[in-house]
Ligand binder design. Sequence first.
Ligand SMILES: Cc1cc2nc3c(=O)[nH]c(=O)nc-3n(C[C@H](O)[C@H](O)[C@H](O)COP(=O)(O)OP(=O)(O)OC[C@H]3O[C@@H](n4cnc5c(N)ncnc54)[C@H](O)[C@@H]3O)c2cc1C
Ligand SMILES: Cc1cc2nc3c(=O)[nH]c(=O)nc-3n(C[C@H](O)[C@H](O)[C@H](O)COP(=O)(O)O)c2cc1C
Length: 752
Amino acid sequence: MRIVSIGGGPAGLYFSLLMKKSDPAHDITVVERNRPDDTFGFGVVFSDATLEHVAEADRQSHAEITSHFAHWDRIDIHYRGQVLTSAGHGFAGMSRQVLLDILQKRCAELGVRLEFQREVGDLGAYADADLVLGADGVNSVVRSRYAEHFRPEIDWRPNKFVWLGTTFPYPAFTFLFKESEHGLWRVHAYRYDQSMSTFILETTEATWRRAGLDRADEDQTLAFCERLFADELQGHRLLKNRSLWRSFPTVRNGSWRHGHIVLVGDAAHTAHFSIGSGTKLAIEDAIALARALTSHGEVEKALAAYEEDRRPEVERLQRAAQVSLEWFEQAERYHARLEPNQFAMSLLTRSLRVTHQNLRTRDPRFVATVDRWYASRAEQQARITASMPSPPPMFTPFRLREMLLSNRIVVSPMCQYSAQDGTPGDWHLVNLGSRAVGGAALVIAEMTDVSREGRITPGCTGMYKPEHVSAWKRVVDFVHAASPARIALQLAHAGRKGSTRLLWEGMDEPLPAGNWPLISASALPYHPYSQVPKAMDREDMTRVRDQFADAARMAEQAGFDMLELHMAHGYLLASFISPLTNIRTDEYGGSAANRARYPLEVFDAVRAVWPAAKPMSVKISASDWAEGGLDLDEAVHFARRLREHGCDIVTVSTGQTVPDQKPQYGRLYQTPFSDRIRGEAEIATMTVGGIASYDDVNSILAAGRADLCVLARGHLYDPYWTRHAAYEQGFDLPWPDQYVSVKGFSPREGLT
Ligand SMILES: Cc1cc2nc3c(=O)[nH]c(=O)nc-3n(C[C@H](O)[C@H](O)[C@H](O)COP(=O)(O)OP(=O)(O)OC[C@H]3O[C@@H](n4cnc5c(N)ncnc54)[C@H](O)[C@@H]3O)c2cc1C
Ligand SMILES: Cc1cc2nc3c(=O)[nH]c(=O)nc-3n(C[C@H](O)[C@H](O)[C@H](O)COP(=O)(O)O)c2cc1C
């Protein structure tokens, strides 16, 4: 086979040596524009897992590579005068030039033709090759030449970074955060041989411009950085090597192959340097491509198999890299606000791949320190003294006004569609009662409507008739008598999403008969075929506001500990907030401030009658997941307004505003919204959505992404979710007297 690799970086060289090794008859040429010893960049990082693949693919280069490794296992985080250390992370660094030397030497030994100082512009010369490799890096000419086939998407990130070296031998993978008069600077530094380290400096464009670096050449950049980090470098120098300020491009391609041409490494995809995976991906691509060509005779089939094999893994890594790069882009938010232990947890768990439990396995001492700190903060916040030395974060207390929660788990409000004209019955008693006994600290009763016309379905609960008070009181009294749990009521009006069928008969589908008239912010139906609601006039607004206040008074009579106002999921109050459902031209429509006006008016009316000692939460949809809809900036602004109006905590949900939404569901899919609102609106948050493990709960809390974790479906699946999490963590959660015998029982794993 005649193979040409355009580019002699790690991907091109490693692929070429593997192919030549598998069949010396292959005629392989690597065309590289640089000289063999042009050092571009400093060190690269490998994880232990990548090394196993390299060892299997070619023992000889593996032996040489590993003999040049600088190993480290610690991550040091320099933050506000402290160094926080987390151990147990297996990494190795090496000089990029040494890596290229080894691969070039091995290629030459095996008979790969290496043509240096040849810049490829026209690919016509390689038309008769059996395989052309686009291994020409992030600015690939191969990708550009066949852009209509590869369909590249390049996402230029806003931050600025420069790749420097230093003689300071960093003993650990080091993240350094430093504030100057210009702003916040982040450093990613690691040692790659006995005496040298990579030193990547990153900052926002605004800080970079304020520091005048947009006009700086390499020497001025170096001088600036040496001055800025004079203390940290302890007399060591920084080194330049084509050290130009850049923006990071995340490269994705619709396809990685076209006929006999294939993209590998950075030409095909990039992953931000903060997860140190570019060289790993390039080498793994080379291994997968060589394997595919060896097992499939035909080039086109092999290229298809290669892409099918690699794409899921690459996309997974790119998703992690995306979260990671966003964390660094937004580091100002965390830096200004989080205490050192929480800042470290937020940084280490930023891509959600590393969790509280993973960190505990790697470094129990580090996690014990974080847990101790978390527990002591929780006790201060809850105004209590310690019950246990340091429980896992999920079993720490939390106070909202005079309501003290014994842990951080909340049962999400979930409509049961089982009420009679709004009156909850036995089902509600058992459903909510068993979840309170199950160990959650707070149970939020389902969306309960402030009027008959405000119901979603004929089966929804209400708080608009005197008998509702006694029916709810029965549930509340049981929860209080049978458990330490607190119970909240979620008050709502369905707005344009009302008069629909029970969940299992067709969610959001209009009733076949017996409909009632609907009201909303604007006269826009939910589905094109749904009932058109009346746009509320001032009289409607006053009436509904007063119904909310009346319902709040009744909730107090029933004994609820907290109220949540439902301003999410496209129901009445949410319909005012979203520009997709509010097209009013009066003072309740238009600007974000106008759209917030009526929901805040309702909030004020409820807050005025709800006892001052009892807290209130509001559930919001922080994004509509739809073009032209509410975005997170507006949600942050709204949460800030809620705080100013006396809201104690915001439940951060998303979507369900319009039927053609495009949500990105997944594990913890709404937690990043909570993280941002908690940080920027400076209000406590409950996060909900895709939380299924206690490990996620501990990670979220310790990293400061929310104050409480709310599970909906998890609690349908397992009413005793909190008890089971306590058992698995060895935490002693007292059982009710009736159940004390369970103490002698050991469940067997995997047999349920
Ligand atoms: C600041 C920074 C820090 C990084 N840190 C790390 C890290 O810690 N760990 C890590 O694993 N990765 C890191 N990377 C990424 C890593 O450098 C790349 O992901 C990796 O080198 C990709 O290998 P490649 O072979 O695909 O491309 P490259 O290494 O870019 O090789 C492409 C080669 O093609 C040549 N070429 C390009 N165009 C032509 C042409 N027209 N004709 C001939 N030759 C051409 C280039 O000269 C180059 O030698 C970092 C990148 C940056 C920018
Ligand atoms: C059956 C069911 C009923 C729901 N009813 C409500 C409700 O009454 N009020 C509300 O705010 N959210 C309601 N939701 C949404 C959940 O409270 C929660 O926000 C969502 O399911 C995401 O959490 P999860 O991934 O833990 O299920 C409901 C969800 C389900 C599954």
